[in-house]
Write a protein that binds this ligand. Sequence first.
Ligand code: SF4
Length: 240
Amino acid sequence: MQDTITGSGQIRINGEPMNIAFTVPKGPCLPEALLPDAQRFANQLTDLAVARVERAGHRISCAKGCGACCRQMVPISPPEARHLAALVEAMPAAEAAQVRSRFAGAQEKVAASGLPAHGPPDGDQAAYRAFGLAYFSLGVPCPFLVEESCSIHRDRPLVCREYLVTSPPAACAALDSGQVKQIAPPSRVWAVFSRSTSPDGSLAWMPLIEALDFVAAEETPLPERTGPQYVEALLKELQK
Ligand code: SF4
């Protein structure tokens, strides 16, 4: 078991004060060691955004059992892919087999549509949006969606934590209708986490349904930075 280091303090993100705390390995580690802290930051920023819309008289319409948004393309970073692959690996064999089969089914459906398995590179916002809309039009459920609820709620990706709407649930069936009113957290932690943990600071991502194949094909990653170095990079990126 590696030694850990704990820290806390207050930062401002887009003018919003936020109390932060982290516990990470003291020495070299893989970036996924930072995920529990990043998940907490994403939850905190989402809470700030929810409080803001509620002060303005709106209500969050998302509720358990509505999995409309779980047919969107879910972007995740390589460390999140490794985290999800490890979760599947740790499931009982029968459950893991079902999840793997849903991953394969989702990939087949996307491939049959002619849509590329991976989206556009960092920076091309228009192409990213077009890719997301085309993916959504296929109606491919997330492999972790079971009976319209997230089966890995506690471990769900960062981007899933940041997506809540105040528009009527029916609007989510047509993403490009202009009727979907998303909350706007002061920062998108999924992208911040990706940039701050990628070797060159770029947005490294893949659609969630590619996670298992990505990890199976990846060479065993080596720890490149210490826990505190990852925290420093994350906080710097968060406050940009
Ligand atoms: S991980 Fe969970 S919340 Fe995210 S898209 Fe999949 S089922 Fe939905």
